[in-house]
Design a protein around this ligand. Structure first.
Ligand SMILES: *Cc1c(COP(=O)(O)O)cnc(C)c1O
Length: 443
C-alpha cells in the first residue's frame, strides 16, 4: 500500500513508540527536531524513502547489517527455508539449520567453544551468560560466586539483568533501584593515555585478589566499547584479563554482540589477543550481525567443560532458561547464509582494503581543530568533536540532507558501514562526514 511520507510519519508518531528516543523530539515544531525517516525499501547499502530520497546506511542499521539490504543470497536462503520449516520448539526438537550453525560457529573458535545456546536478542545473550556462569559455580559447590565485574562505559543490553552490568548512566539511572549493580572497573580505553591498559589491569588484579571468592565473571566488549562512543583498547588488555581470570577462577564473558562477525578486522574480536584454546573467553555472546541484519537471533557459545557441569540426572542442575523463538530456523538459515558469504567472498581480506581506503579519506579530518582522538579498528572509524551538546543532532540532520545516515553517539562521530560499500559509496560517505562536520559546527 503506497503511503504519502507525511501520513506515514504522522501515523508512526501516533501509534509507534520508537526505541531509544525521546518522542517529543520527533514532534513537528520541536525545539531541535529529530527527523523520522520513512523508509520504503532497502537496496544494498542504500535506504530508499517513501518519497524517493536515498540515504547511504553508514551505521549498518544499528550495527546489524553486514552485507547490505535485501542481499540476493540471504534472500534466497530465507525463501527456501520459509517453504521448509519456519519455526519449531527447540526443547525436545532439533533441526538442520540450528545444528549446522552450531557446528560451524564452534569450528570458528577452533572448537574451544563447543556448545551454542540460542536466544533472540543481545540483551538476552548477556542474561544467559551471566546466569550460566553463576549456575556453573553453584553446580560446582561454590554458590557464593555470583558477583559480576564490568568495565566503565560498558554496554551489554537493557533488560534489567543486562543493565546491571551496563555503565551508561543515561540508560541506567532511571532504573537504578531495580538493578543488582555489578562492580565497575576502569576501562582500558586508549584515549586515557599510554598506560590505560596497565591501570585497568592493576585495578582488575587488585579487585580479584580481594573478591575472587564471590566473583562469577568479568564481562567485557573486546577491543571496542561501541555504545560508550567507540572506545577502543589494545588487545593486550584481553590477554592479561584472561590470565587474571584464570588465576582467580573467574569466568571471562566476551560480549561480541557488536564487534563479532568481522567488525574489528578478525572474525571474532578476541582473536586479536590470541587463538589458542586457552586464550578464548569462557562465554562468547553474538547477535547483531549474525543474521546479516535480517532476523533477531543471539547465541551464547561456551566450553564443553562448562556444558558438562550442567549434564546430570537432576533436572534442576540443567540450564532451564528458554525463549519461545530459541533457535528459530529462519534466523539460523539467515546466519548460515551470512557465514557462506564470509567464506565465498573472502570478506575479511576484502575488508582490509576497504578499511584502508576509508581511513585514507577520513583521517584528514583528524587535523580539524575541533576533532579529537581519530581512531579506527577494522570496519569501525570514530572521532570525538569538541562541541556543544546539540552537535550530534545537527550532524545527523546535515548528513541526512547530504544523503547518508550517520548518527553520532554524544559528540562522537563514527562510521560503521556495511561491508559491501564500493569505492564511490566510500567516497560519498567520507565526503558527507567531512561536510556535515563543518556544517554542524558552523555558528
Ligand atoms: C547491541 C548490544 C547489546 C544488546 O543487544 P540487543 O539485541 O539490542 O538487546 C549488548 N551488547 C553489546 C555490546 C551491544 O552492542
Amino acid at each position: 500500500m503506497p503511503f504519502m511520507a507525511d501520513s506515514l510519519l504522522q501515523r508512526s508518531r501516533a501509534a509507534v513508540w520508537h526505541p531509544c528516543t525521546q518522542m517529543k523530539q520527533h514532534a513537528p515544531g520541536a525545539m531541535s527536531p529529530l527527523p523520522l525517516l520513512p523508509v520504503a525499501r532497502g537496496e544494498g547499502a542504500w535506504l530508499v524513502g517513501t518519497d524517493g530520497r536515498r540515504w547511504l546506511d553508514g551505521i549498518s542499521s544499528w550495527w546489524v547489517n553486514l552485507f547490505g539490504h535485501c542481499h540476493p543470497r540471504i534472500n534466497a536462503a530465507l525463501r527456501d527455508q520459509l517453504d521448509t520449516l519456519e519455526h519449531v520448539i527447540l526443547a525436545g526438537c532439533t533441526h538442520a539449520p540450528v545444528v549446522e550453525l552450531s557446528e560451524r560457529l564452534a569450528a570458528l573458535t577452533g572448537n574451544a567453544l563447543g556448545h551454542c545456546f540460542y536466544a533472540s536478542d543481545g540483551a538476552s545473550a548477556t542474561e544467559i551468560a551471566l546466569k550460566m556462569s553463576a549456575h556453573y559455580w553453584r553446580n560446582g559447590g561454590r554458590p557464593e560466586k555470583h558477583r559480576y565485574l564490568c568495565l566503565a562505559g560498558g554496554y551489554h543490553g537493557e533488560t534489567v539483568g543486562a543493565l546491571g552490568v551496563t555503565d551508561i548512566p543515561l540508560f541506567r539511572d532511571a532504573y537504578a533501584p531495580l538493578l543488582r549493580a555489578a562492580t565497575v572497573l576502569p576501562s582500558p580505553d586508549a584515549r586515557q593515555g599510554t598506560d590505560a591498559v596497565r591501570v585497568a589491569i592493576d585495578a582488575l588484579a587488585a579487585h580479584l585478589d580481594a573478591h575472587h571468592a564471590e566473583t562469577a565473571a568479568l564481562i567485557v566488549e573486546p577491543l571496542v566499547q561501541c555504545a560508550a562512543g567507540m572506545a577502543m583498547h589494545d588487545p593486550e588488555y584481553l590477554r592479561q584479563a584472561r590470565a587474571l581470570c584464570d588465576r582467580h577462577q573467574v569466568h571471562l564473558i566476551a560480549d561480541e554482540i557488536a564487534v563479532g562477525l568481522g567488525r574489528t578486522g578478525t572474525f571474532f574480536a578476541h582473536e586479536q589477543a590470541g587463538t589458542d584454546k586457552t586464550a578464548r573467553p569462557d562465554f562468547l555472546c553474538l547477535s547483531k550481525g549474525i543474521t546479516g541484519g535480517y532476523l533477531p537471533l543471539s547465541v551464547v557459545m561456551t566450553r564443553d567443560t562448562i556444558y558438562e557441569a550442567f549434564y546430570d540426572d537432576a533436572t534442576a542442575r540443567g540450564f532451564l532458561h528458554s525463549h519461545s523463538y530459541t533457535g528459530n530456523p529462519l534466523a539460523c538459515r539467515a546466519a548460515l547464509a551470512t557465514l557462506d558469504i564470509f567464506d565465498r567472498d573472502d570478506v575479511l581480506k576484502a575488508n582490509t582494503v576497504k578499511s584502508d581506503r576509508i581511513d585514507a579519506l577520513l583521517r584528514p579530518l583528524a587535523d580539524h581543530p575541533r576533532v579529537r582522538h581519530y581512531r579506527r579498528r577494522g570496519m569501525i572509524f570514530a572521532f570525538d568533536v569538541d562541541a556543544d551538546a546539540g552537535f550530534g543532532r545537527r550532524f545527523y540532520r546535515e548528513s541526512l540532507d547530504r544523503g547518508a545516515l550517520l548518527r553520532p553517539i554524544g559528540n562522537t562521530v563514527y562510521l560503521m558501514p556495511p561491508y559491501i560499500l564500493d569505492d564511490t559509496q566510500i567516497e560519498l560517505l567520507c565526503r558527507v562526514a567531512g561536510e556535515a562536520l563543518v556544517a554542524a559546527l558552523a555558528p
